[in-house]
Design a protein around this ligand. Structure first.
Ligand SMILES: [Zn+2]
Ligand SMILES: [Zn+2]
Ligand SMILES: [Zn+2]
Length: 233
């Protein structure tokens, strides 16, 4: 990896020296710091890493360096949903995809040969020639899943979550009210919108329901079991 980094840095130096953009050593310092991490870093995180190494550059300068580094094919700029742009290494000839935790922001990489082949087959079946693709899977990482209590009120669930109604608190009155909307224990719900303040919009079967926060506090939900063999997205 070190040899790779050294080679990439020299490759970049010769490319930017012909551009005559100046501040070549400072730019290479930024690249050095970026090459020292395998993480998917934001501009803010790059600024922190630079500071740790004793470099005090303007964010605009660092952003320009990173974008030039991207333009020359050494890094990729990724825009994952709900996150600021991130930079990651671009290893020529090596492709990977991502799992993104919507709770803590963690990004995990994977590569699955069977899935790559399947995607190529699907495209070919339509006479489609693939130039590039990205596979992004959003959800909760293993750490966030383990930290979550098995039961929680629907009111605290985030958009995109698929949950099952485990219990209905508040006695007969709440149960009857929810039953009149067709909601029962064991039903699946998909949170479409929850801004933490107003009503929640949830999907229930083929219906969208608007639930007040009071009633959403009384609906206790849990994560559905995800057995990979029987999981239907
Ligand atoms: Zn892929
Ligand atoms: Zn997480
Ligand atoms: Zn990645």
């Amino acid at each position: 990896m070190l040899n790779d980094s050294h080679y990439e840095k020299e490759n970049f130096r010769s490319l930017i020296e012909t551009d005559e953009i100046g501040n070549v050593e400072e730019r290479l310092n930024v690249i050095d710091v970026f090459l020292s991490t395998e993480a998917h870093v934001t501009l803010g995180e790059m600024m922190e890493l630079l500071k740790e190494r004793g470099f005090d550059y303007e964010p605009e300068f660092v952003r320009q360096c990173m974008n030039r580094w991207v333009d020359h094919g050494f890094a990729q700029k990724k825009e994952f949903e709900g996150q600021p742009p991130r930079y990651e290494h671009r290893h020529l000839g090596r492709h990977h995809d991502h799992l993104i935790c919507t709770k803590c922001g963690r990004i995990l990489e994977f590569r699955d040969e069977e899935m790559e082949i399947l995607q190529a087959k699907i495209a070919a079946s339509q006479g489609f020639h693939i130039l590039q693709h990205k596979m992004e899977i959003y959800g909760l990482c293993s750490q966030c899943v383990s930290q979550r209590s098995p039961l929680m009120p629907l009111a605290v669930a985030g958009p995109g979550e698929r949950l099952v109604i485990a219990d209905i608190m508040g006695g007969r009155h709440s149960r009857e009210r929810l039953a009149s909307m067709g909601l029962r224990r064991g039903d699946f719900l998909e949170v479409i919108n929850n801004d933490g303040l107003g009503r929640l919009i949830v999907g229930h079967g083929t219906t969208r329901l608007a639930l007040g926060r009071g009633i959403a506090q009384k609906i206790m939900v849990s994560l559905p079991k995800q057995n990979p063999d029987e999981f239907e997205p």
